[in-house]
Design a protein around this ligand. Structure first.
Ligand code: HEM
Length: 219
């Protein structure tokens, strides 16, 4: 095994601040929904809106980062080993079989991860962001008589937004479980905190470090 710098500074900052914001948005959002009382309704509404703007800012920076670094390519789904990966998580993992795919700097995500994270970025996040913004501006948009809102009642917007919230919570629970299936139960979480992960030693050096990521320090 060799220690490889796999998650860059911005990537780790983005990952953990996104996780914290989603957790806080779920907490305040479900209070607005009426599931429990914690901050008080008014405070929950205000905090939810504030955190939503922080998340939107973070999303804007992360989109910029993904495209300028070329990291967006990590999310292109590959189907060749998808079945093997599903078989591993449903059967092989319980028999102590080895992971069917190898991790490298260029290829950080296994086929199932790439597909799921792509769904997160292209379906779940836009569903929450779009319905959230329409929800936020429902009254002002309605005052201007824009067709979009007079055609869609507020309870439908609220339902779709809550559906997005349930989907993202399901994702978070499965995601946290999956992080424990690495080399040790905490190795993946440690990697996302420090940036470094132990990767297979017989992996050729050029597969671990791509030229487009030439600023990556070796350890
Ligand atoms: C950019 C992202 C988001 C925006 C713009 C947004 C916006 C809003 C708005 C405007 C409301 C109505 C309450 C209010 O007037 O403030 C609301 C409610 C809610 N939000 Fe969000 N939100 C976002 C992200 C999230 C996330 C990530 C979650 C959960 C993980 C979430 C869960 C909820 C829930 C459960 C409600 C209550 C829906 C209802 O029953 O009426 N939101 N959101």
């Amino acid at each position: 095994m060799q220690k490889v710098y796999i998650y860059k500074g911005f990537e780790r900052f983005w990952h953990w601040s996104q996780a914290a914001l989603i957790f806080f948005l779920a907490l305040t959002g479900f209070e607005v929904h009426g599931s429990f009382s914690l901050f008080g309704y008014e405070q929950a509404v205000e905090s939810h809106r504030f955190a939503a703007w922080m998340l939107l800012t973070l999303i804007a920076f992360s989109i910029f980062w993904h495209f300028t670094t070329g990291e967006w390519k990590q999310y292109i789904p590959t189907f060749s080993k998808l079945q093997a990966q599903i078989r591993y998580y449903t059967l092989g993992i319980f028999k102590g079989e080895p992971h069917p795919t190898r991790k490298s700097v260029r290829n950080k995500l296994n086929p199932l991860q790439a597909l799921t994270y792509l769904g997160f970025k292209l379906v779940m996040a836009p569903l929450l962001v779009i319905t959230g913004l329409v929800y936020m501006y429902y009254r002002s948009i309605d005052a201007n008589d824009m067709v979009i809102v007079s055609d869609i009642p507020l309870n439908v917007i609220a339902f779709l937004h809550t559906l997005g919230a349930y989907l993202i919570l399901m994702f978070a629970i499965i995601h946290i479980y999956m992080t424990t299936t690495g080399e040790t139960p905490t190795s993946n979480i440690k990697a996302m905190l420090t940036g470094y992960e132990n990767l297979e030693e017989d992996e050729p050096e050029e597969n671990l470090y791509e030229s487009e990521f030439s600023d990556i320090p070796k350890k």
